[in-house]
Design a protein around this ligand. Structure first.
Ligand code: NAD
Length: 505
């Protein structure tokens, strides 16, 4: 089954991890294995880029940019429409591959490809709307306006947990804006990135633009470092941990480049006494346990009103007990494995630390013995002062705390370094409005009667504080991938100066 799937994408053992308009068949870097998190077996091996190969990638991407930027944006959109059609054809298989390599369940694997398709549709429409403002000039017969130009080669560094969708958020928008891109994916998910490039490259090549999307898999983080330091790359979009963002962001800003950082979250939800309890339970369950707690938007902290705490926690613990954990390729499974053995160890260490800090395990708490990186989703009764709650443990651990006044719960929500996603479950308008007001949640995402995870592509996605401040995907995020030019045209035979300044001989 796995061999057949790889065959469908033309992926063989020791497949090249470097695409520069064509696959560089024997790149000069070392080889490494992609492991199936469900059983620890090798899915396939990948050959990494050397620094020389990176140069080849950059040269092709640079040349590609010079041709691609000349294509009218709506025509670029037409080609991206074809990319979307190709992704539709491969949706089932690519989803299966994502499930295989990340351990996320079948419907989430399919959902990730759907997100890529949605991005293509969105970008196709947007390709006719990359417009600037016309501004009233203070000078007679002058026209003041803004226009947007392509930026150049965009660097994309991505995390393991959305191995394809995050590429699409960036690469597809960059492409309709007239940019080319170089992608350094996570080394946990190289096979997915090769499959994605194979799908999109065939469309791009058949249109004569095979070098718009490149791939550069390296040993460790090397390619990310090359990208961060490369003056030829005006924008680096980096998705991953706050630790990674600090390193990459500093390198990019040192050379005065632009970075778009999408970093860790430490997301919270508030359950008010007026909440629809069934809805809140379902929202909490998907946000906390979905993707085995490995979403940047995963629900990590839950504040439950003290008047409903006992009832709500009983129901939540019962629901946790009925989650089917196992091989994510099986239909009924709701939670697959963690990405790696070190991820399991980190989760177990965090649980031990939480206990030392006074936390009490209410559900789960253990790894599941046998092959694969399986763990029990875990609930820990905690208090807001526990230092462990300041950090993101990328695993299904939910810290639960009672609150009495909504103002306190909102303060707890905000008292962490990260600021990605937040939610309140309430049927009272005044509570929802307080949560969304200027004194409410300080996060980039604030939801009412929806969990913290599962954003649609139409909105701008991203977070504040240590989450990095970047915004990707919908709304006006396309502006990140272009350069703004302010133009003034003097249509008169006079030369009036702005602010009424006189400078006559
Ligand atoms: P990670 O930080 O370990 O790796 C992400 C990418 O950065 C990888 O490609 C990796 O090779 C590279 N990288 C890591 N350290 C680096 C360094 N020092 N220098 C250069 N490159 C480096 O993250 P991960 O484990 O793959 O993913 C999980 C993390 O990503 C979580 O913190 C999660 O919250 C975050 N994430 C954020 C978003 C978002 O949109 N905000 C989305 C997905 C994941």
């Amino acid at each position: 089954m796995i061999a057949e799937l790889l065959e469908k994408f033309g992926i063989h053992q020791a497949h090249s991890g470097v695409f520069a308009g064509d696959w560089i068949t024997k790149p000069g870097g070392p080889e490494f294995d992609s492991l199936n998190p469900s059983d620890g077996k090798v899915i396939a091996s990948v050959m990494c880029a050397s620094s020389k190969n990176y140069e080849q990638v950059m040269v092709r991407a640079g040349e590609g940019f010079k041709r691609w930027r000349e294509v009218p944006a709506p025509m670029r959109g037409e080609i991206i429409r074809e990319v979307g059609i190709a992704l539709r054809k491969h949706k089932k298989d690519l989803g299966l591959l994502i499930t295989l390599e990340t351990g996320k369940i079948l419907s989430e694997g399919q959902g990730e490809v759907q997100e890529m398709i949605d991005m293509c549709d969105f970008a196709t429409g947007l390709s006719r709307q990359l417009h600037g403002l016309t501004i009233a000039s203070e000078r007679k017969d002058h026209r003041l306006f803004e226009q947007w130009h392509p930026l150049g080669v965009v660097g994309i560094i991505s995390a393991f947990n959305f191995p394809a969708a995050v590429w699409a958020w960036n690469a597809i928008l960059a492409a309709i804006c007239g940019d080319t891109s170089v992608w350094k994916p996570s080394n946990h998910t190289p096979i997915t990135s090769i499959a994605v490039i194979n799908i999109v490259a065939s469309v791009m090549k058949s249109n004569g633009y095979g070098d718009v999307f490149s791939l550069c898999i390296s040993e460790g983080h090397l390619a990310a470092e090359w990208i961060a330091q490369d003056k030829r790359i005006p924008l680096v979009s980096a998705t991953g941990s706050c630790e990674m963002g600090r390193v990459v962001g500093a390198k990019v800003s040192q050379r005065l480049g632009r970075s778009l950082l999408e970093l860790g979250g430490n997301n919270a939800a508030i359950i008010s006494p007026s909440a629809n309890i069934d809805l809140a339970l379902r929202g909490v369950l998907f946000a906390a346990v979905g993707t085995a707690g490995q979403r940047c938007t995963t629900l990590r902290r839950l504040f439950v009103h003290d008047s409903i705490e006992t009832m709500f926690m009983e129901k939540l613990c019962t629901a946790y007990g009925s989650i089917t954990i196992g091989n994510p390729w099986e239909e009924a499974v709701l939670m697959g494995p963690l990405i790696s053995e070190p991820a399991v160890e980190k989760m177990m260490l965090a649980i031990e630390e939480a206990k030392k800090q006074g936390g009490k395990v209410l559900a789960g708490g253990n790894r599941i013995l046998g092959s694969g990186n399986f763990v029990e989703p875990t609930i820990i009764l905690a208090s807001p002062e526990m230092p462990i709650m300041q950090q993101e443990t990328f695993a299904p651990i939910l810290y639960v705390m009672p609150y009495h006044h909504l103002g306190d719960a909102i303060r707890f929500n905000n008292e962490v370094p990260q600021g990605l996603s937040s939610a309140i479950f309430t049927d009272r308008v005044s509570e929802a409005e307080q949560f969304l007001s200027t004194r409410g949640s300080d996060c980039g995402i604030a939801n009412v009667n929806i969990g913290t995870s599962g954003a649609e592509i139409g909105g701008a996605f991203g977070g504040e504080k240590d989450t990095g401040g970047g915004r990707e995907s919908g709304s006006d995020c396309w502006k990140n991938y272009m350069r703004r030019q302010t133009c003034t045209i003097n249509g008169s035979d006079q030369l009036p100066l702005a602010q009424g300044i006189q400078f006559d001989l």
